[in-house]
Design a protein around this ligand. Structure first.
Ligand code: 6CS
Length: 366
């Protein structure tokens, strides 16, 4: 499938200006309701901005959310999806949802952590468990989301949930098996200070750039490597301009789904319920969506025979875990007391899930 590349950013600015000027709030004169059914006779449109292109995990998630909401509302609500490339960079999307130009958006902590340092915990390495069933349980239910709600609210965002999108892989032109392999490596990271610090801790020279710039920077040799989940490395064609893929099992790519607080607050209770129900249902499907996409995209890249894959041993991972401490210290400095509490709560939740798993009692993260 031909995917968009290169990116035409000036057009996006125009699109962002256009969308900021339009509103779906119905003009009173146009509203006609059937008083017997309580239904308005026009569909209401909710605008959902994505940080990823069509075919991605976020796009599959948004399509699933769309069908759940449209079905639950019997067509009274339509979800309009704006894939990456139609509105702006991740940071710009966050601004669009904060100012109400879009209603819903994906906001990845890797970009968001400068605004919401508490969310930067997901940029840290070796904090989330290696066991995927435990990670899945951790992200199901509302307990984890609840830890971050106040931090998001204070920065004018309503947090609706976190979406895990798979393990982050490292690509470069050499295997990255020890921190010394990172010495001086110009690696592209997401734009927050914490994203960069995770690799500066290994001795790398991080370049914090938008997603849309990564391919050309690799092609033009402005950078030596980058980090992203496997499905993204395939669909953004990064594998075409890289020779190695290292699988360190250090961090998952986590994104968050956010809403504009005023938009969310003015939704009738019934619509908030449709949204809440759809988020629960799609949240359960999201893990399978990412697992399938990451698996099939890895196979597709391997078939092309262009990338050499390295999986780190436990010993090699331990060396990175030791070297990652400066990034944890930056998180604690920037996220303060609440960040410390989030870290402790997260560790307690993981330990509880590990105990339940070891004793065979399971657990769903609630
Ligand atoms: O690397 C990035 O910037 C982006 N990566 C993914 C997989 N999703 C969105 C994010 O902006």
């Amino acid at each position: 499938m031909q995917r968009p590349r290169p990116w035409i950013w000036p057009l996006l600015t125009v699109a962002a200006i256009l969308i900021s000027g339009c509103s779906d709030a119905p003009d009173d004169s146009a509203v006609t309701s059937d008083p017997t059914s309580g239904k308005s006779d026009y569909p209401e449109t909710w605008r959902f901005a994505l940080e990823e292109i069509e075919g991605s995990v976020q796009h599959a998630y948004a399509e699933a959310l769309k069908s759940h909401i449209e079905e639950a509302s019997d067509g009274q609500v339509e979800l309009e999806i704006f894939p990456y490339g139609s509105l702006g960079t991740s940071s710009q999307l966050t601004e669009l949802v904060r100012n109400g130009s879009v209603d819903l958006a994906f906001a990845s902590p890797g970009h968001l952590a400068d605004l919401i340092p508490e969310a930067g915990i997901f940029t840290l390495h070796y904090v989330l468990p290696e066991d995927e069933a435990i990670t899945r349980a951790l992200f199901s239910g509302n307990e984890l989301t609840g830890l971050f709600s106040a931090a998001y609210n204070e920065r004018h965002l309503t947090l609706l949930g976190f979406v895990p999108e798979g393990w982050m892989a490292w690509t470069a032109n050499k295997p990255l098996k020890s921190p010394s392999d990172f010495e001086g490596l110009r690696i592209r990271t997401m734009t927050s200070q914490m994203s960069a610090e995770a690799f500066r801790s290994y001795g790398a020279d991080p370049h914090q750039t938008p997603y849309s710039q990564v391919y050309s920077d690799l092609q033009l040799k402005q950078i030596d490597g980058q980090t992203n989940p496997i499905f993204a490395i395939e669909e953004m064609n990064f594998y075409e301009v890289q020779e190695t893929l290292t699988l360190p099992r250090a961090a998952h790519f986590i994104s968050s789904v956010v809403a504009n607080p005023e938009w969310y607050a003015q939704l009738p209770e019934e619509q908030q319920d449709w949204l809440a129900m759809a988020l629960i249902e799609v949240g359960e499907e999201a893990w399978d969506i990412q697992e399938e996409l990451n698996q099939t995209r890895l196979e597709a890249m391997l078939e092309q025979g262009q990338l050499a894959v390295t999986r780190l041993s436990e010993e090699e991972r331990a060396a990175f875990r030791d070297a990652s401490k400066p990034a944890l210290e930056l998180y604690l400095r920037q996220a303060g007391e609440r960040g410390q509490q989030i870290l402790e709560s997260l560790r307690t939740m993981i330990a509880d899930l590990e105990r339940q798993s070891a004793s065979g009692t399971g657990g769903d993260g609630n």
